[in-house]
Design a protein around this ligand. Structure first.
Ligand code: SAM
Length: 243
């Protein structure tokens, strides 16, 4: 399709991603619940369990958007810890900041507009770095993973939660049909924007599968990389340790 970003210019992809998230920011949480039938909450809860984050630690939530993970991390690290929600998109960042502030998450959360490919933080700074449903939107994924490894302290954990490859061909077919028909349909209904959701479906299909992402994380300097399939591999959590 015309959003098949492997053929398009890098800047074109970045511009498309910006347009998509400006367009969906206000309705993002509602769409997340609708599209995943609420299951994204379980995927995120599992991610949190695997994070090993404790009181007083410093966490970076990249592509944090409206802040689901940031909120949970903020509770975990407590008043002596710190969570930074970073996102490239000003509209998403605004919605996230308003939402968290309204819910009373103040004091240990900060907001930074940043591209995952060029993180404005010193090396060995964080105990945990997360990126949930964000990596597939990043143009240079290897560079971004390298940056994530750089800002992690030795022994720190990187968590990548992302759509992946369903491990059963039947599920894979059903899921493909769902992504390319129901998603744009719901997108149009709720946000008057079917194109953005068509882009999302396309970006999911193009994303590296479980083993490829594992290798990419190893190449970026992460150790003990393992992944957990969820919902039949529709989503996978990859975890790696900085050595
Ligand atoms: N992490 C949140 C969650 O799980 O609900 C939000 C995920 S949302 C699907 C993807 C987010 O990635 C958007 O907020 C978008 O602005 C952000 N994003 C896209 N490209 C990015 C990049 N290169 N660097 C940082 N954030 C990016």
């Amino acid at each position: 399709t015309h959003f098949g970003y492997q053929q398009v210019d890098v800047h074109e992809k970045q511009a498309k991603v910006a347009e998509v998230f400006h367009s969906v920011a206000a309705k993002y949480d509602l769409m997340n619940d609708l599209m995943s039938m609420g299951i994204h909450r379980l995927w995120k809860r599992f991610t949190l369990e695997k994070s090993g984050v404790r009181k007083g630690q410093r966490v970076l939530d990249i592509a944090g958007g409206t802040g689901d993970l940031t909120m949970a991390f903020s509770r975990r690290v407590g008043p002596d810890g710190q969570v930074i929600l970073a996102d490239i998109n000003a509209s998403m960042l605004q919605v996230g900041r308003d939402r968290l502030t309204d819910k009373g998450y103040v004091g240990n959360v900060e907001y930074v507009q940043a591209n995952a490919e060029v993180l404005p933080f010193p090396e060995a700074h964080f105990d945990c770095v997360s990126i949930a449903f964000g990596l597939r939107n990043v143009t240079d994924k290897d560079r971004a993973l390298g940056e994530m490894a750089r800002v992690l302290k030795p022994g720190g954990r990187l968590l990548v939660l992302e759509f992946s490859k369903p491990n059963n061909p039947l599920l894979s077919k059903a899921y493909d049909t769902y992504s390319f028909t129901a998603l744009p349909f719901m997108g149009r209904l709720v946000t008057q924007d079917a194109d953005s959701y068509r882009y999302l479906a396309e970006s999911i299909r193009m994303h590296p599968d479980q083993e490829t992402l594992k290798q990419m994380m190893q190449d970026a300097g992460l150790d003990q990389v393992q992944y957990y399939n969820m919902t039949g591999g529709i989503v996978a959590l990859h975890k790696g340790i900085k050595f």
